[in-house]
Design a protein around this ligand. Structure first.
Ligand SMILES: Nc1ncnc2c1ncn2[C@@H]1O[C@H](COP(=O)(O)OP(=O)(O)O)[C@@H](O)[C@H]1O
Ligand SMILES: [Mg+2]
Length: 254
């Protein structure tokens, strides 16, 4: 039974105006095979949480810890985190000029598993996942995210998720910029990955729309760098009706 535990996490970021406190004591426990939705207004620190888990160097952990099956993630390099089974689908996926989707996937798979995947099975897996995600075969030979539309970038993130088979995945606004058809395809991919490997998922989203297709076991409302409320799926329904306004009184985010 794998578990990812975030304990009293405080994080700052260096800005032009000086050091800014963003996360102010985040506590979260994600067991394997659980889906946790993190919902909250823009600027509340959701992406900061995602980047901190992944090990982005811009984010400084002042205190707290992140444990993956008891091992401290914060002292691991970005590579070590990936090998330990952590995966981040970024809100704004980056372009990698000169590296094709095929080569990227194979290199990442080899780095994570410690050995190259057996070629025939691998090629078949890549084809199958691309076809499930309705990605044209030609994508395999294009440079990662270069000239991809918003929706294509998100599908490419889920392609990685399906093939790299992490133990825990943080999906940062994977729903943003998707039309309904693409949203369904991407959601099916996430549900397929979970059914296959039983991974734990942190689903970060501003809107409740994606939660129609990916059913969270727990919903956490993130406000001003910490969890302001948590509940089950019914909390998402309430947010859909009421928005975040009532959490924002007395804070300066919006
Ligand atoms: N690299 C950065 N440099 C400066 N400010 C940042 C940086 N990353 C985040 N912030 C600030 O931290 C706050 C939280 O941002 P973010 O984590 O992206 O929120 P969310 O994902 O919930 O919209 C915002 O006020 C944002 O401007
Ligand atoms: Mg964000």
């Amino acid at each position: 039974m794998s578990v990812l535990e975030i304990k009293d996490l405080h994080v700052t970021v260096e800005t032009d105006q000086g050091v800014k406190q963003i996360l102010r004591g985040v506590d979260l426990v994600i067991n394997e095979d659980e889906i946790h939705a993190i919902m909250g207004p823009n600027g509340s620190g959701k992406s900061t949480l995602a980047y901190t888990i992944a090990g982005h160097p811009k984010y400084h952990v002042e205190s707290g810890s992140i444990l993956l099956d008891g091992a401290e993630v914060l002292t691991m390099t970005v590579d070590e985190r990936a090998r330990a089974g952590l995966f981040l689908a970024m809100q704004y996926p980056v372009e990698i000029p000169g590296v094709t989707v095929t080569n990227f996937l194979r290199t990442a798979k080899t780095a994570i598993d410690g050995e190259a995947p057996a070629i025939r099975g691998w090629v078949k897996d890549v084809r199958e996942s691309m076809s499930n995600l309705r990605m044209d075969k030609a994508f395999a030979e294009r440079n990662v995210n270069e000239g991809f539309s918003g929706g294509e970038k998100k599908r490419n993130e889920i392609l990685q998720l399906e093939l790299l088979k992490p133990r825990f995945a943080v999906l940062d606004e994977t729903d943003s910029g998707l039309d309904v058809d693409a949203l369904k395809i991407v959601s099916e991919g996430v549900n397929r990955a979970k059914a296959e490997t039983g991974l734990g998922i942190v689903l970060i989203t501003h809107y409740t729309r994606i939660l129609r297709y990916i059913k969270p076991d727990f919903v956490h409302v993130f406000v001003n760098g910490r969890i302001a409320e948590q509940g089950g799926h019914e909390l998402a329904d309430r947010l859909e009706d009421e928005g975040y306004d009532r959490y924002l009184e007395g804070t300066n985010v919006g």
